[in-house]
Every structure is written in C-alpha cells, then in structure tokens.
Design a protein around this ligand. Structure first.
Ligand code: ADP
Ligand code: ADP
Length: 233
C-alpha cells in the first residue's frame, strides 16, 4: 500500500538576486513498510527535501500525498497538525530535553496530544522497551551514552505511533560501532513493519535501508547505492 506519493516537486530559493533550484521535478513513491535511504552530498537538496517530506515546508510546485492526505493544500496550522500525527522525527543531535528523564522525554509527544499520565507512561515504557532501554527509564540524557540518547529519541519518535519515521543523519554524532547499533535498531523496527526514511550523506549508513535513492543538484535518481559504488564517491 502506498504511503507517500510525491509528484514533480520543485523548490527554489532566491539568494542575492539569483535563483537556486534546490529541488527539481522530484517524484518518489514510498510504500507502507519500506525502508528507504536518500543519499546525497552537501548542498544536494537533502534538507530541503526532508523539510517537504516532514511537512515543515511547502514546495513551489508539485503534489504530495501522505497517508491519503494532500499535503500541498494545507495551511501552516494544518501542516503542523499533520506533521505531529504522521511523522516521527529523529535528528543527528537527538534533540532531547536535558532536564527530563528518558521516560519523560519519550512521553512528550503524548503530552502534546493530551493523553493522561497513566496512559502516557504505559506507552512510553513500551517504546523504551522496544529500543532496549527498560533499565534506563529515570536517567537524564547526560547520564546516557550517545547511542542510548539516540535510542531514547527513537522511542520518543515511536510514541506517537506515526506511520513514518524520518531520520535525518541519525548516526551523525555517533562513533561507527554505536552507529551500527542504531542502524540495527532501525532495521529491527522496519522488520516489524515500521516505514522508515533515512537521510544521509554516508553510503555505509544508507546501505542499512533496502532501497537507496540518490539526490544530486536537486534531482532524484533511483539505485543510488549502485551509482555511488561505481563512482566511488
Ligand atoms: P543539503 O541538505 O543536501 O546540504 P540543502 O537542501 O540544504 O542541501 O540545499 C540545497 C541547495 O539550496 C543548496 O544550493 C543551498 O545552498 C540552497 N539553499 C538551501 N536553503 C536555502 C535558503 N534558505 N536560502 C537560499 N538557498 C538555500
Ligand atoms: P508547531 O508548528 O506546532 O509550533 P513545531 O514547529 O515546534 O510545532 O514542531 C512540530 C514538530 O516538527 C515537532 O515534532 C518537531 O520535532 C518538528 N520540527 C520542528 N522544527 C523542525 C525542524 N527544523 N526540522 C525538523 N523537524 C522539526
């Protein structure tokens, strides 16, 4: 079943009288249960595309269908609402609140949704269990390793039960062993049915996904892994 259909999406920025074409006629389809990587070098359009997929910004032209909703027709408030329900964000720098425990951080999206304490706690504990942190519920971020902090962030992203996990350089702040651990976790979640989109500049990281597409100068190419191997970038 199709979860994301992006058609002919373009986005330009005006900079000092010049037009920068950040996305050029991008089309992409993602099915439920896919694990896809979008790989590209700095300046290729990754952040711009992530902002579109994550409903943080709107393209100039093109269509975006997310879980049967037409994103390109929404205003800013509707965009924020759909983002909070449909997308679980994972960032390079974890973005955890330093004074809150692992459990409290994981509960945050559920607080915004107005769930009661008991229900929140139950869901958060379940999500922290999924990432193997049941024994770290009451630790604050500074008491956790980088890998553990990223696992809390994954648990937080899962708490809202979003159809899509959107991971932006999720291993960018981690050493290579810990990176593999976190990527293994994402693979495991995908094996249990979670749709995942991973954005990275690193081919080794991209390979965790079952499908790799390449973005270059704002254009999207399928079989990104093959391309990059042959070019030895
Ligand atoms: P990446 O995330 O792959 O580094 P970006 O999406 O950030 O790529 O950028 C794509 C292109 O758009 C680059 O040429 C960049 O300089 C340009 N760009 C991105 N954001 C802006 C902006 N707010 N204003 C002007 N140009 C921008
Ligand atoms: P609102 O627009 O409702 O005030 P926010 O803009 O604070 O909400 O954020 C809504 C969601 O989007 C949050 O889950 C947050 O993690 C995510 N988000 C906010 N800013 C960014 C960003 N720059 N990049 C990626 N995700 C973001």
């Amino acid at each position: 079943k199709s979860l994301i259909t992006i058609t002919n999406m373009s986005k330009s920025y005006e900079l000092g009288g010049e037009t920068v074409k950040a996305l050029q006629e991008i089309s992409l389809q993602i099915n439920e249960g896919d694990f896809i990587s979008i790989i590209g070098p700095s300046g290729s359009g990754k952040s711009t595309f992530m902002n579109m997929i994550g409903c943080l910004d709107q393209p100039d032209t093109g269509h975006y269908l997310l879980d049967n909703q037409e994103v390109n027709k929404l205003n800013d408030n509707q965009l924020a609402a759909i983002r909070n329900v449909k997308i679980g964000f994972i960032f390079q720098n974890f973005n955890l609140l330093g004074k809150l425990t692992a459990l409290e951080n994981t509960e945050l999206p559920l607080v915004y949704r107005g769930l009661g304490t008991k229900e929140r706690r139950e869901i958060a504990m379940n999500c922290l269990g999924k990432v193997g942190l049941s024994d770290r519920l009451n630790h604050i971020p500074s008491q956790l390793s980088g890998g553990q902090q990223q696992r809390v962030a994954i648990a937080r992203a899962l708490a809202g039960n979003p159809p899509v996990l959107l991971a932006d350089e999720p291993t960018g702040a981690l050493d290579s062993r810990t990176s593999q651990e976190v990527l293994g976790m994402l693979k495991e979640l995908n094996a249990r049915g979670q749709t995942i989109i991973l954005i990275t500049h690193d081919l080794e990281v991209a390979k965790a996904a079952s499908r790799v597409v390449r973005i270059h100068d704002g254009r999207l190419y399928e079989d990104g892994g093959v391309w990059l191997e042959s070019e030895r970038i």
